[in-house]
Design a protein around this ligand. Structure first.
Ligand code: OAD
Length: 237
């Protein structure tokens, strides 16, 4: 279904980083790294218990130093090389594994663990130095605020680049979705948009996601095992 000159958009979720050792969100016990999502991933949680939320995200940020890209991230970087400007990668993931694999045209709609943001002056900074990865708060280098927040989109907050993502999906000929359960709006609305605007929709996921019926083609299994072969086929077609 993929031919040179076609526009390709890809949406990824936590499942693509699972084989790198980063836990997905909706595990069977309903907990994410021993926490309920709403206890650590909402503005309300940050206001009520900033220390707990901060320690939780510092642990996630430190984990980035221990994980490596897997063959699924590599495969998408290769697909981008083949399609160049006709390719857009949208990820819900806040890790940096797509970038490390060599992806360039990507949007991190739920934010980036590597960065922190000042709620006073809006300053956003890369913060991966050892002293910025401890459990102490990190002060803003641009104003007097002593407590930066994670540069993460929490529930009830607006995703980054939302309209750019929707436009890319609206315009694409082929939409590929990898490793997402389809629970979280507005990311889960991109597949219906693609389908209703005439794109050919391909899914790759360990389990059928909530919105599986929107796919023309669904490949069930691990992204790291399936994507390299699929990308090879797509680039040869
Ligand atoms: P989920 O944890 O909801 O879903 C992960 C999906 O990946 C599931 O459908 C799994 O079956 C699938 N999966 C697991 N391992 C896989 C593998 N090796 N290969 C392929 N698929 C695999 O994660 P998301 O849908 O990404 O938001 O969650 C969406 C958002 O919910 C996240 O971005 C996060 C969370 O709230 C924020 O942090 C803002």
């Amino acid at each position: 279904m993929l031919k040179k000159g076609m526009k390709v958009a890809v949406l990824t979720g936590a499942g693509i980083s699972a084989e790198s050792g980063i836990r997905t969100f909706r595990a069977e016990d309903g907990l994410w790294e021993e926490h309920r999502l709403e206890d650590v991933a909402t503005p309300q949680a940050w206001n009520a218990n900033p220390e707990m939320v901060w320690r939780f995200y510092q642990a996630r940020r430190r984990q980035l130093l221990e994980v490596e890209v897997n063959p699924a991230h590599d495969a998408l970087a290769e697909l981008e090389e083949g399609f160049g400007e006709d390719f857009t990668l949208i990820t819900q993931n806040v890790d940096d594994l797509h970038e490390r694999a060599g992806s360039k045209r990507f949007i991190q709609m739920h934010g980036e663990l590597r960065k922190l943001r000042c709620e006073e002056c809006g300053h956003v900074c890369e913060a991966m130095e050892p002293e910025q990865l401890k459990d102490d708060y990190v002060p803003c280098s641009n104003c007097s605020n002593q407590r930066l927040r994670p540069h993460i989109v929490w529930f009830d907050e607006e995703p980054f680049g939302r309209w750019t993502c929707e436009a890319a999906v609206h315009d694409c000929d082929v939409f590929i979705v990898v490793g997402t359960s389809g629970h979280v709006y507005p990311a889960n609305n991109l597949l219906p948009i693609a389908r209703h605007t005439g794109s050919y929709c391909i899914g790759v996921n360990l389990d059928p996601p909530l919105n599986v019926d929107f796919f023309h083609e669904f490949h069930q299994g691990k992204a790291g095992e399936l994507l390299p072969g699929l990308v090879k086929e797509w680039l040869e077609s």
